[in-house]
Design a binder for this molecule. Structure first.
Ligand code: FES
Ligand code: FES
Length: 163
């Protein structure tokens, strides 16, 4: 089947999609967007998190057919051209990226949190990122990155153009 959806603001088509193929597979293998990672393919790790109609979801759990006609934003879509989003910059500054496998999903989840809660408490950050597993960092650098992004954004861009 053919699946047509808006991906990072552009109308995209994928042909020969099999029934039951995941949105994650289509994004990575058919649309050339390898940012979203496939670590568990079972909805357990959050490394495949993308926005679907403005709501973060695990792309490995969404059938591609379910995404037809809808709007998807991947980690690639958080940046503006070559300019990284402040959340992305903050992860680099805070050293929150080690192997990087968890990073794309964490960025989408953190982006969503800061759009809803510009100045989150540590508890709110932990709750928002609870579905995103990281085996490398011990989470402290990730917490620092989200705090830094919140400070840098100052709430001013809380409801950015990517929602
Ligand atoms: S790859 Fe989707 S949740 Fe792990
Ligand atoms: S940086 Fe390796 S899993 Fe998070």
């Amino acid at each position: 089947m053919r699946v047509t959806a808006t991906v990072n603001g552009e109308l995209r088509e994928a042909d020969d999609v099999w029934e039951g193929e995941s949105l994650l597979y289509v994004l990575r293998e058919r649309m050339g967007l390898p940012g979203s990672k496939n670590a568990c393919e079972q909805g357990e790790c959050g490394s495949c998190t993308v926005y679907l109609d403005g709501v973060p979801v695990c792309a490995c759990l969404v059938a591609a057919g379910q995404a037809a006609g809808r709007s998807i934003v991947t980690v690639e879509g958080l940046a503006s051209g070559t300019e990284l989003h402040p959340v992305q910059e903050a992860f680099i500054t805070a050293g929150a990226v080690q192997c990087g496998f968890c990073t794309p999903g964490l960025l989408v989840s953190a982006h969503d949190l800061l759009a809803r809660v510009p100045n989150p408490t540590d508890l709110e950050i932990r709750e928002a990122l609870a579905g995103n597993l990281c085996r490398c960092t011990g989470y402290e650098a990730i917490m620092a990155a989200v705090r830094l992004a919140a400070t840098r954004q100052g709430g001013a861009h809380a409801h950015g153009e990517h929602r």
